[in-house]
Every structure is written in structure tokens, then in C-alpha cells.
Design a protein around this ligand. Structure first.
Ligand code: G
Ligand code: G
Ligand code: NA
Length: 256
């Protein structure tokens, strides 16, 4: 309860900050996107979103928090574009925001409202990727599929995060309007010691490509892991080997 009140207060006082972790396209050796990661400095120390996002979800505050994240991230996207910097942003969406039909429309509305507030020109929606977790796809509701399709019709891309940790299969994926899958870092980290894990990652990648999905490897930290990822034909990498999450100013310096 205390954490919930602190979260509410943090929203009101703008105590959150966004960090950005570059995603590198291996073929072009270029930063193509950055994942937007929420940071909260609470009583002098950063608290992990893994701790406070579940609190925000169970209290319903996630809708407001999600809107705040999208507002900040979309403002940054516009700023980058106006500076002539070509980069997309990958924004996490809690599955709680997809749960009811009303909330799904609310997500489309949230994004549209922010765009209208930010600019009178057309907003570059094609610079946005929304990351949803695999577990969301467990419920194959038609209205979830419709909501994802609505977002894609706007030009927004959809990525399935933490792929491989849940129960969905690639055959499920063929029913969903998605563009990217992000292979969870546990697979990459175990690839060094397990030939079976390597085979699994390669199979996931091959099947994803057959379904026209782009593949991103998460959590690449070492040269060996990078070499493996290349050998598996994965096209993009997010990991400490290249970059850690950083404040916006650092990303700007990096890109300019
Ligand atoms: O960056 P870090 O390792 O602390 O992130 C931990 C988890 O929190 C990740 O799984 C990430 O997807 C999630 N997360 C980070 N930022 C956001 C956000 O803005 N919204 C939601 N829903 N989850 C986030
Ligand atoms: O679940 P999601 O994909 O959103 O997770 C993003 C989280 O993963 C971020 O909190 C980020 O800090 C973390 N992360 C990104 N790259 C690496 C990495 O190379 N190693 C480890 N251990 N964590 C990473
Ligand atoms: Na994510």
C-alpha cells in the first residue's frame, strides 16, 4: 500500500524518467531502434520496474503510468525526427492495458491523443514499436487481435517480448498481427553452455523468418554470444555487449 501511494505521488511529481537501450541491426551495423525503459528514483535509489510495475498493475495505476511513458517516448521520437535522427522507439505495454475491450480502445485513443497534442503535422507512428509479452497471446481473443490490427493500421509495429519464456508457440504467432519477436535473454545466456539451447534459438529464428517475423536477440553480453547470434541468422541485437540503457541525452550524443 505504501508503494502504491508512493507511485501515485511519483506520477504527480514527475519522478519518473525514461532510459533508452539501443537495438543494433547486425547487417547494417547501425542503431535502428531503442527500447524505452522506465526508471524510478525512489528514496535515493532506483527501484526496478520489475518491482513497481506489478504494483501499478494490481492497483490500476498502470493505465495512467503507461500513458505517461507513451507521452514522454512519443515526444522524444518527434524530437529525434526533427533533429534528423532516424531511430524508432520500442515501448513496453503492460498486458493489463489490453485486458478489457474498453482498455484496448483506450490504448489506441491514448496514442492518438498524445499525437494530436504533440503536433499538428502527421505523427510518425511508423517509428513506434509496441512490446507486448508473450503471455498476452495466451488468450487468443478476437478483440485482442483486432486491437493489434488497429495499431498496425496506424503504422505501429508490434513486438513479442521475452519470447520463449511463456507457453505460446510459433504456430500461435501466425494468428497474431505481429512484426518482431524478441528472444528472451535466458536463451542467449544459456547458449554458451548448451548446444540444445543453441538448436532451440536457431529453430525459433528459422520458423520466425518463415512467418515473416523479424528476430531480435536480447541480453547479448559477450563476443561469443554475438558470434552465436550471427550464426543463427538473427538480424538485430539488444544487449550490454553493445549498449546498456542510458538517459536520453546520452542517446542523443551517441546518435548525433
Ligand atoms: O530495464 P529493466 O531490466 O529494469 O526492466 C525490467 C522489466 O520492466 C522489463 O521486462 C521491461 O519490459 C519492464 N519495463 C520497463 N519499462 C517498462 C514500461 O515502461 N512499461 C512496462 N509495462 N514495463 C516496463
Ligand atoms: O523484458 P525486457 O526485454 O523488456 O527486458 C529489458 C531489460 O533487460 C532491461 O531492464 C535491460 O536493462 C535488461 N538487459 C538488456 N540487455 C541486457 C544484457 O545484455 N544483460 C542483462 N543481464 N540484462 C540486459
Ligand atoms: Na520489453
Amino acid at each position: 500500500a505504501k508503494l502504491h501511494n508512493d507511485l501515485k505521488f511519483a506520477l504527480e511529481t514527475n519522478a519518473f524518467e525514461l532510459y533508452y537501450q539501443p537495438i543494433v541491426c547486425l547487417e547494417e551495423n547501425k542503431i535502428v531502434r531503442a527500447e524505452v525503459l522506465l526508471r524510478w528514483k525512489h528514496e535515493g535509489a532506483f527501484i526496478s520496474p520489475e518491482v513497481f510495475i506489478p504494483v501499478a498493475e494490481s492497483s490500476g495505476l498502470i493505465v495512467e503510468l503507461g500513458h505517461w511513458v507513451r507521452k514522454e517516448a512519443m515526444a522524444s521520437l518527434l524530437e529525434f525526427k526533427r533533429k534528423g535522427i532516424e531511430i524508432g522507439l520500442s515501448i513496453n505495454v503492460s498486458m493489463y492495458e489490453f485486458w478489457s475491450h474498453a482498455l484496448q480502445d483506450c490504448l489506441v485513443t491514448s496514442i492518438n491523443d498524445i499525437a494530436v497534442d504533440l503536433t499538428t503535422d502527421s505523427f510518425p507512428f511508423d517509428g513506434i514499436t509496441l512490446e507486448i509479452t508473450e503471455s498476452l497471446l495466451m488468450k487468443q481473443h478476437q478483440h485482442l487481435i483486432d486491437a493489434l490490427q488497429k495499431l498496425r493500421d496506424m503504422g505501429i509495429e508490434i513486438a513479442v517480448d521475452d519470447f520463449g519464456t511463456g507457453y505460446s508457440s510459433l504456430s500461435y504467432l501466425s494468428h497474431f498481427p505481429v512484426d518482431h519477436i524478441k528472444i528472451d535473454k535466458c536463451f542467449i545466456q544459456e547458449s554458451g553452455s548448451s548446444v540444445k539451447q543453441q538448436a532451440l534459438v536457431k529453430a525459433i529464428t528459422t520458423l520466425s523468418h518463415a512467418l515473416d517475423l523479424h528476430v531480435i536477440a536480447e541480453g547479448v553480453e559477450t563476443e561469443e554470444e554475438l558470434q552465436f547470434v550471427r550464426s543463427a541468422d538473427i538480424e538485430a541485437v539488444q544487449g550490454y555487449y553493445f549498449y546498456k540503457p542510458m538517459p536520453k541525452q546520452n542517446l542523443l550524443t551517441l546518435l548525433e
